[in-house]
Design a binder for this molecule. Structure first.
Ligand code: PRX
Length: 659
């Protein structure tokens, strides 16, 4: 896996920091270098300064940090007391009562709502009282399955206010995925809506929730937001309308004093095996890290309008739609819809409508919009923009150039931010006033972050050689554990390379210290930036009786980045076309539409080692018609399987071309 990166990539263009940016940026190049050095040499001092600057503490910590990556038991700001909701809202009230906290833009564009800090305080306090009335207490897990409407933020902050742990499940997930997550977190209360709206389509949130809860006996109460107003079935003893519950409580609810190392939320993400991991973040370290990284990476200034297009069901939504902006007293835009509805100009129109200054999105959206041509962009002004961001997967240099030249009119730096659900916040990124930009590179480590590239033997590789990306030094945003599965937490991230955090990504660093992320080196597929575990998809396929074996791999996709390619051994007698449909339906039903299969290839057998492990390396190559250089196949239990696979693939590709 270690390989030399060719000269070609070394001749990339470099974009200097625009002079307009140098004038007002929080951090310039000199400051970055100095502060970075300080942050990694004196992490405790550095993080203590940030914690004092960015967060209000009810009482100070006794120790800045304890534990180590080696023992995977880091704790930050030990003994400190604070409340996340108080930090996001209450402490800004004196100066920001009438400042917009949230600007909400509806799917169809007919409706926008602005919620000031004062109003948000009132609504969150009220909803916190609703939760209390339903018996929710400190430490209880609350599941939130809502579309991108203000109530999702209200619900998350209300949980934080009373010390309950929110577990947001992406509104596009199926009933089964929702059920698995509710059960794993042991939630007793669920918050949902009648329907969600996306691209003019209605998503039956309540119906999915009903289906999920049928298998979750511990859920005793469901709070339902009336959003689209379409008819739904309410269960008399179990379901409560949000608006009715809100009118029955008052708006006084003090923020509970929490310990810095108490949990703030659980967020599920895919790993290599079938079961999603409940990533648990704690309050103190997470808040310090997202508050300060938000301000410096997005160069946020008071009065800026900031828009992150990520769904709140993902970590980007948690850290940089909600917590980062609100901790800084910022104005965050919440968009319910999709980039191509009602037209491919939608994003750019919203930027003009709300005078957005900072725009943060994913390469998959940029690729899809670029594909439709420049006119959709050029007919809008986008003059308000000053900074662009990218997250979730590598951004191809030509797509980067388009984003820079066409969307940003060559004026706006792009921050290509690398991080993960587990890391809490951004770890490798340019700083817009400091870093000369190289299209396609996530650039340099953020303060306090020490990335390294190592080979299979855990030895550091040379510059321009690819290897495994690990992190050598602890930072406050790192998750605390996998909820209910400490063993898996240790095994996944700390066992293979003791003393370092293993990211699961491969990358290389060039001679100028720029990091280039290549992609995952485990069994995680990134479809439109969403993490999907091969194991999850394979379990779904194997649940169809006509399937005897299945293996899925990632294949490149022009818009989605990667898509899912399935190899299936079917039982004799099963009809191919009908089965293909069944398989796709099953995957969508078990996981959700994001996991749709790109293609299914019927095969006689799968390549396996003598110990029975599927050799995905071979399957990945064959899926993209690379039949030479399949590597060492001598450890296969039955090497002739490879010849069959190649023949089947060639036959299948020929059939597609004919069609
Ligand atoms: O492979 C990396 C990719 O996304 C993974 C983390 O996915 P998730 O936990 O869903 O979080 C996504 C949003 C933070 C990483 O292991 N990734 C994330 N950002 C980038 C990236 N790959 C390349 N460039 C990035 N900027």
């Amino acid at each position: 896996m270690e390989r030399q990166i060719g000269e070609k990539q070394q001749k990339e263009k470099i974009y200097k920091v625009p002079s307009s940016f140098l004038k007002h940026a929080h951090i310039n190049l000199k400051q970055y270098k100095k502060l970075y050095r300080y942050s990694i040499k004196n992490p405790n001092k550095f993080w203590a300064q940030q914690a004092e600057k960015f967060i209000n503490w009810f009482s100070p910590w006794k120790k800045i940090s304890t534990g180590s990556l080696k023992k995977h038991n880091m704790r930050w700001f030990v003994g400190g007391k604070l409340n996340a909701c108080y930090n996001c809202i209450d402490r800004h009230l004196e100066t920001h009562r009438n400042v917009a906290a949230i600007i909400w833009e509806s799917d169809n564009g007919n409706e926008s709502r602005t919620i000031s800090y004062g109003e948000l305080h009132e609504k969150v306090s009220r909803f916190a009282n609703v939760l209390k009335k339903q018996g929710v207490k400190k430490g209880d897990r609350v599941c939130i399955y809502l579309p991108m409407i203000p109530e999702i933020i209200i619900a998350m902050l209300a949980c934080a206010r009373i010390g309950a742990i929110h577990s947001v499940v992406f509104g596009g997930f199926s009933a089964e995925s929702l059920c698995t997550r509710i059960l794993d977190a042991g939630c007793r209360l669920l918050i949902t809506a009648d329907f969600g709206a996306r691209g003019g389509q209605y998503i039956p949130s309540k119906k999915n929730a009903d289906k999920a809860i049928a298998k979750c006996p511990k859920v005793k109460k469901v709070i339902v937001v009336k959003h689209t107003g379409h008819p739904i079935t309410m269960h008399r003893k179990r379901d409560i309308w949000y608006h009715e519950a809100m009118s029955e409580v008052d708006a006084k609810c003090p923020a509970v004093k929490m310990d810095a190392n108490d949990p703030l939320f659980i967020l599920y993400t895919s790993g290599s095996t079938g079961k999603p991991k409940g990533i648990l973040h704690t309050i103190g370290g997470y808040l310090v890290f997202v508050a300060m990284s938000f301000k410096y990476i997005f160069d946020y200034h008071a009065g800026d309008t900031y828009w992150c297009t990520a769904d709140l069901g993902w970590i980007t939504g948690h850290s940089y739609l909600l917590y980062g902006p609100l901790l800084n007293g910022g104005t965050t835009l919440l968009f319910e819809g999709v980039p191509n509805y009602p037209s491919f100009s939608r994003y750019w129109e919203i930027i003009d409508k709300h005078q957005v200054n900072i725009f943060y999105t994913a390469p998959t959206a940029i690729r899809a919009l670029r594909h439709e041509g420049d006119d959709w962009v050029k007919k809008t002004s986008r003059k308000s923009l000053k900074l662009l961001g990218s997250v979730g997967e590598p951004i191809n240099p030509d797509v980067w150039e388009w984003y820079y030249n066409v969307v940003g009119n060559k004026r706006c730096p792009i921050v290509d931010t690398w991080w993960q659900t587990e890391t809490g916040g951004i770890l490798i990124t340019p700083l817009p006033g400091a870093t000369p930009l190289k299209p396609g590179s996530a650039a340099w480590p953020f303060f306090g972050i020490v990335p390294e590239i190592i080979n299979e033997k855990s030895k550091l590789v040379k510059d321009n050689q690819s290897g495994r990306l690990v992190l050598k030094q602890a930072w406050p945003g790192l998750m605390k554990t996998i909820y209910g599965d400490k063993k898996r937490f240790v095994k996944t991230y700390f066992k293979e390379v003791p003393g370092k955090y293993l990211t699961g990504d491969s990358a290389y660093r060039d001679k100028k210290g720029y990091f280039w992320i290549i992609g995952r080196n485990d069994d995680v597929i990134k479809v439109s930036g969403h993490r999907i575990g091969t194991g999850e998809v394979e379990s779904a396929l194997l649940s169809v009786p006509a399937v005897s074996e299945a293996a899925v791999v990632a294949v490149p996709h022009e818009i989605k980045g990667q898509s899912i390619f399935a190899y299936v051994v079917k039982k004799s007698g099963a009809k191919s076309d009908a089965l293909k449909k069944t398989l796709n339906n099953r995957v969508r039903q078990k996981i959700g539409p994001i996991a749709t299969l790109q293609d299914v290839q019927w095969v006689k057998a799968l390549p396996k080692t003598r110990s029975g492990k599927i050799m995905r390396r071979i399957l990945r190559k064959i899926a993209v018609n690379e039949f030479d250089d399949l590597g060492d196949t001598s450890t296969l239990a039955n090497p002739s399987v490879v010849d069959d696979l190649i023949a089947e693939r060639k036959k299948y590709s020929a059939k597609i071309i004919k069609r």
